[in-house]
Design a protein around this ligand. Structure first.
Ligand code: DGJ
Length: 741
């Protein structure tokens, strides 16, 4: 990996063995984009890429010069208003009402490794030779605003991390109205755009369409990254698929309002923008103040979508997630939510914990309802003190009892929220986000605490730390169950109200940082009504997240499949729940529920008292299986093989680093009769190795890697149409696990 500056041609070339990123200082001092894609030879001069020809109906930068139009040039960080008519990366409102800025190159620096982003989550390096960072210093002379553009290229993988920082070195206050993390002008528009969208309980379904002239965008204005759209999207060549072809992935390391956009202009250039949503964003930048944008990560590969995902998985698993649990196999947990909801006593919890332990679970998680006067969702949020009517010896006592059963203990919090029926609200009614004299909208009967205020974050930290300091808590589920409305802080002046959404998220990050620092061995799982904040920002603090409130195995196929485009298996909370399922009322086999949840951080969330003794025996076999294979499942190389969005069957697999083991998950939604003979082509194996293959514990034979990859694994039903003696009849919602060793 290297970053080279060619003095003569004023060109920067960032490259590693996979990618090249080339940009230049334009004749007017702005930065222009030349190329991003597969690695090419370093060369002194690429100025032939400057597109400067006179055209009709074009505005030009200089009076006597009919070639330099920013409209026709691929810009590094586009601004609107001076011949570039595309949506800009930045908008700065100045004292005289003007928004014109002209950021010109001043200097640059190249350094090994990657500097931290103050107060924000970001990818990182452990050793200086893992990456190199280029900082470009640009200045807008009239306002005196300095813009630093950061580019980190990693030694391995087609990865580039980008962000921007604005510093007011002038004498007047300005307002930053838009400050994107990434702007990238691509030379054509022959791409399919894939976004990951949905709603509560059906998060991150992929939606694909061809780019067309104009804007295509997704975003969130809910105060969290949202169920509706994920801060991640893909541009893929139409002919590219899971296994080959050019694809680009764009991911924002941020948990608040975001905008992800692609604009195709009149010359078929595609401008990609990714960053904080400019709607309601207005950051006052007084002299000497600075503003750092979140980080955006862009990945390029010409090896198809699986390769793109694997690059994100490795990066986010190893160089975004941090701490004690980063590389550790995750405990099999039992969560009481769908088992009891609010209806529990300590006795009931301990009985469940005992059964969970006997069946192989390792961590007992007490979900919502253990604190203040919370017996339903109308009261108690904000009072993080155990309800001793329910738990006579508090959390300390319960944790002790769980530990004595031989399990670890985990606890649910929803730190950012308050019910009006709570001690916290009675004491501090102005600590919620709300506008004086206006109605406060509620969500799930709760209100959002103003995490832009340090005293609020301090107060919540103290309450949480008081419990964690005393009780043996090994895991925290951090929930967030409503979107933000009336986003206004009682602590900020009127000209800073446009900062609240972002300051709120900074407060969330601050609390996460303090807790993870003070309690470094606690495993954090993020959650927001399921997957409303399943984003890279939170992965920095919590190495796993609750993927969705939908625990139905068949729906989960889609959710986990969609989530896997960006996020690693080790980050996806996946539980076996009751049948009929509580969200869909669908009945599925117990083994299928487990076969789906294995591809995640596995656990159970159902009333174990309702399981038959056969099911409890099966649960023991499942937990033993997971303990044996979770290293491979959670940290192997994951491949999507068949999409549940396209076919009646879905399949995925994971392969160990040294390719000596692999696991295939095969799922069929509805049963079929007298079905065709089928083969499933595997991938990622060693072609020369002989693998022993078994299906659900039954040996199938020995096959070379090349056979399995080119002929395929035989997946035909032996009993399709007729029930065969000694064979399990096939059924709806069927599934299989194949082990290759
Ligand atoms: C929403 C979460 O996603 C659920 O798992 C559960 O923790 C509830 N909140 C509790 O209120």
């Amino acid at each position: 990996m290297s970053i080279v500056f060619q003095e003569k041609s004023r060109t920067f070339h960032l490259f590693n063995e996979e990618i090249s990123y080339i940009m230049t200082i334009l004749p007017n001092g702005n930065m222009g984009q030349f190329y991003f894609g597969k690695r090419i030879h370093p060369k002194e001069d690429y100025s032939y890429l400057l597109e400067m020809v006179p055209r009709s109906m074009t505005s030009y930068v200089y009076e006597e010069e009919r070639t330099l139009s920013l409209e026709h040039i691929k810009m590094e960080y586009g601004v609107y208003g001076s011949t570039d008519y595309r949506f800009p990366a930045v908008e700065i409102l100045q004292e005289n009402g003007s928004r014109i800025v002209d950021f010109c190159y001043q200097s640059h620096c190249i350094q090994p490794g990657k500097p931290k982003l103050k107060g924000l989550p970001a990818t990182y390096t452990e050793k200086a030779d893992e990456a190199e960072t280029l900082t470009l210093f640009l200045t807008d002379k009239v306002t005196g605003i300095q813009l630093e553009l950061f580019y980190t290229i990693f030694a391995h993988g087609g990865i580039l991390a980008r962000s921007a920082r604005f510093t007011n070195q002038g004498e007047k206050t300005v307002h930053l109205l838009k400050a994107m993390s990434l702007c990238l002008d691509l030379p054509d528009c022959r791409y399919d755009w894939i976004q990951f969208s949905g709603a509560w309980a059906r998060e991150r379904h992929p939606f694909q369409r061809r780019l067309t002239p104009g804007i295509q965008s997704v975003g969130s204005m809910r105060g969290h990254s949202s169920h509706e759209h994920n801060p991640f999207f893909i541009l893929k060549r139409p002919e590219a698929d899971e296994f080959q072809g050019e694809v680009l992935g764009f991911s924002l390391v941020y948990s608040g309002n975001f905008l992800a956009q692609a604009e195709v202009d009149n010359q078929d250039t595609t401008r990609v923008l990714l960053g904080i949503h400019p709607e309601w964003f207005d950051w006052k930048l007084a002299p000497t103040e600075d503003f750092q944008t979140p980080e955006a990560v862009v990945v390029y590969t010409d090896q198809g979508l699986n390769s793109l995902s694997q690059t994100f998985h490795r990066l986010y698993q190893k160089r975004l997630a941090r701490g004690y649990w980063r590389d550790r196999e995750r405990p099999i947990l039992f969560n009481n939510w769908e088992a009891t909801y609010f209806d529990f006593t300590e006795e009931k919890l301990l009985a469940l914990a005992k059964k969970a332990k006997e069946s192989g679970a390792e961590l007992f998680v007490l979900d919502d309802g253990w604190f203040g006067n919370r017996r339903n969702d109308r009261a108690g949020l904000g009072d993080w003190v155990a309800n001793t009517d329910l738990l006579p010896e508090g959390i300390t006592g319960l944790a002790e009892k769980i530990e004595n059963l031989g399990m670890k203990f985990g606890l649910w919090f929803e730190p950012e929220m308050v019910n009006k029926d709570s001690v916290l609200y009675q004491k501090h009614p102005d600590w919620i986000l709300s506008v004086p004299q206006r109605r406060q909208s509620q969500g799930r009967y709760q209100y959002v605490l103003d995490f832009s205020r340090k005293e609020v974050v301090d107060y919540i930290y103290d309450m949480m730390a008081a419990i964690l300091g005393k009780a043996k808590v090994s895991y925290i589920k951090w929930d967030m169950n409503r979107s933000i409305t009336e986003c206004w802080s009682h602590a900020l002046p009127s000209d800073r109200q446009g900062e609240v959404f972002h300051r709120y998220i900074l407060g969330v990050y601050d609390l996460y940082e303090r807790l993870t620092t003070a309690f470094p061995t606690v495993l954090f799982e993020s959650c927001a009504s399921g997957g409303a904040r399943f984003d890279p920002g939170l992965l920095y603090y919590a190495p796993q997240g609750w993927t969705s409130d939908d625990t139905d195995a068949i729906e989960r196929l889609k959710i986990q499949y969609g989530t896997s485009y960006c996020y690693p298996i080790s980050s996806m909370g996946a539980h076996v729940s009751a049948s009929p399922n509580h969200q869909l009322n669908r009945s599925t086999p117990f083994y299928t529920r487990a076969n789906v949840a294995y591809f995640g951080t596995f656990g159970y969330e159902l009333d174990l008292n309702r399981l038959t003794s056969r099911e409890l025996e099966e649960m023991k076999r499942q937990t033993a299986f997971m303990k044996k294979y979770r290293g491979l499942l959670q940290f192997g190389t994951f491949y999507r093989l068949q999409s549940p969005f396209k076919e009646n069957t879905a399949a995925w697999m994971t392969v160990s680093q040294d390719k000596d083991k692999a696991l295939v998950g095969w799922y069929r939604v509805l049963n079929t009769v007298n079905s065709p003979y089928t083969r499933l082509k595997l991938t990622g194996l060693d072609p020369d190795r002989l693998y022993k293959v078994s299906q659900d514990g039954r040996p199938l034979g020995e096959f070379y890697g090349d056979e399995l990859m080119h002929i395929g694994l035989i997946t035909s039903d032996r009993n399709s149409g007729e029930v065969l003696e000694g064979e399990k009849p096939s059924c709806d919602f069927d599934s299989r696990i194949y082990i290759l060793e």
